[in-house]
Design a protein around this ligand. Sequence first.
Ligand SMILES: Cc1ncc(COP(=O)(O)O)c(C=O)c1O
Length: 385
Amino acid sequence: MEFTMSQETRFDIVLDRRHSHSDKWSKYPADVLPMWVADMDFDAPECVKQALQERVQEGIFGYTHPPKTLVKAIQEHCSTHYQWTPHAAHFAHLPGLVCALHLCVRALTNEEDRVIVPSPVYYHLTKAPMMAERKLDQIPFVLKGNRWTVDLESLRESCAKADAKMILLCNPHNPGATVYQREELESIHAIAQQYDLLVVSDEIHCDLILTNATHIPFASLNEDAAQRTVTLMAPSKTFNLAGLAYAFAIISNPKLRQRFNKAREALIPAPNLLGLVAAEAAYRDGGTWHQELLTYLRGNLEYIQTSISGTKIKMAEHEATYLAWLDVSEYKLTDPHAFFVEAGVGISDGEGFGAPGFIRLNFGCPKSQLEEAMNRILTSLADKA
Ligand SMILES: Cc1ncc(COP(=O)(O)O)c(C=O)c1O
């Protein structure tokens, strides 16, 4: 019999992050595996570490603006992966994407306006209109076949309201792992155009496609979409750089850009210069690391799918992100979060996204860690079968 030893990859290396003030690894006691916040347990790409080391060595850390070479690296990345080349003058640089979501709502809508958000969703998309005291309509995500997607009829109904002003999209969707298809985006665009709505498209997970789905930036659909959209992207999820705090917005419409930038300049600091350095290196030279990451994540996803088959845990088609969206409602757990923490796995509670009975499991980690987590989850549920 012939054996082929599976080769260890850089993603198999288990890193000790507990000493690093990591949010992910500080939340739970030491015997709980943290599988919650969207942050991976992988070392950053070598090109990023090297660029940072060189920049730190310079020893000059004064006020710094984003270099043209960074914008060029992002343009080339978008052009290669999305056949979309945003104009250099349309960029706004930010220390994060959450502040951009809140800023969009505050700067581009008025108090009496209604904001429309397909949900369950990453909680800042609903928090942004709530905290700004805008009216909020949450549009249900529904299962079509075995894939989560927005209910277009409910979306149309909300968008037709006289005070509707903005749609906040999350594409790829977190949680739910959906990559919107062209026809879906075109339907959403047709509705936005008919009722003259703005679209803020959070595309932070766009480089984490795990099937043969294609990510299509909303603004790339056509010129009308470009003129009514704020696109939000970042290298932080793709290359695991959240602590370096860099994100960017692309706004083609000059009036929207001006309003956004006016509010941004007043309230939001410039990105940290090391975030700029890391982003440029990642987009320019991190391609191989990125492809290897996707292969690794596909393996982890397959492992979850195989592990839960034959159980009462349900998982729809998973197209993107390293965040598995698991329906555990059939187990009728009173408090799924507490239950799984007790079992030794710190998951994100579906309730926080607006979906009690679901959990979100971060599988951006070495396979050995995922195996241990799945083992704990399945063992804890065994007597509930
Ligand atoms: C959809 C989405 N948007 C934004 C963020 C956070 O972005 P940032 O860390 O740049 O503020 C996350 C993090 O998980 C996310 O999933």
